[in-house]
Design a protein around this ligand. Sequence first.
Ligand code: SAH
Length: 244
Amino acid sequence: MRIDVLTIFPDMFAPLEQSMIGRARQAGKLDVVITDIRPFSASKHKNTDDYPFGGGAGMLMMAQPIMDAIRAVAPDPYPGKRILMSPRGQTLTQPLADELSRESSLMILCGHYEGVDERVIEGTIDMEISIGDYVLTGGELPAMVLIDCLARKIEGVLGSEESAETESFAMPGLLEYPQYTRPRVFEGREVPEVLLSGDHKKIEEWRRRQSLLITASRRPDLLKKAAISEREEEWLAENGYLLS
Ligand code: SAH
């Protein structure tokens, strides 16, 4: 997959050179191209922002540099989705990231200051995505959150295909069970016996029940949407968690 990112702060994207995303890029599983909007500015001093018409606090990113940058990297007709990171957008969820991971190309525009001239959105943006109900100074961190989240759904990006299947939100809608690695005893705390038993059926059942308990205590809203059996519902009720 190819992802084009448009930003006025290209250096902020250094984290995408590290760890699994960095390796995926080197292995050619993921092509992330960061484009600086500033050189596209037609103004003498390469300005990219200006005062908002009608007044109000802060600066707004001007349409011209962004539109010219978009025409250069993601011209019409565009094969994928052209996204603006924005607190006004659809909230990022795992199913949305899964859906976007199946596109062949994505363009991500990062706003800054008070945001971008609305005419950019009308003219070129297919969807606005928010990473949560809070406001950040720019779209760069949100863009990296989105890229990280969808990239791990691209084949070959994670170490093993399995790990994306069982974790929180993937199974469907349950939070992940507790996990342990060596040593068996750490500062007096022991790994639950069942995990050392080698009995895969028992381990499966223990993990499932832990997931149910953690989800019931922390996110009962998720449990209502998850696929759980009548027996599991009864078992939760016996443990003090009534679903309705
Ligand atoms: N005035 C705007 C906020 C601008 S924040 C408003 O009230 O909606 C500046 C930029 O940061 C935005 O253009 C957007 O690209 C990015 N941003 C801030 N918070 C974000 C969030 N929760 N999700 C996605 N992008 C966000």
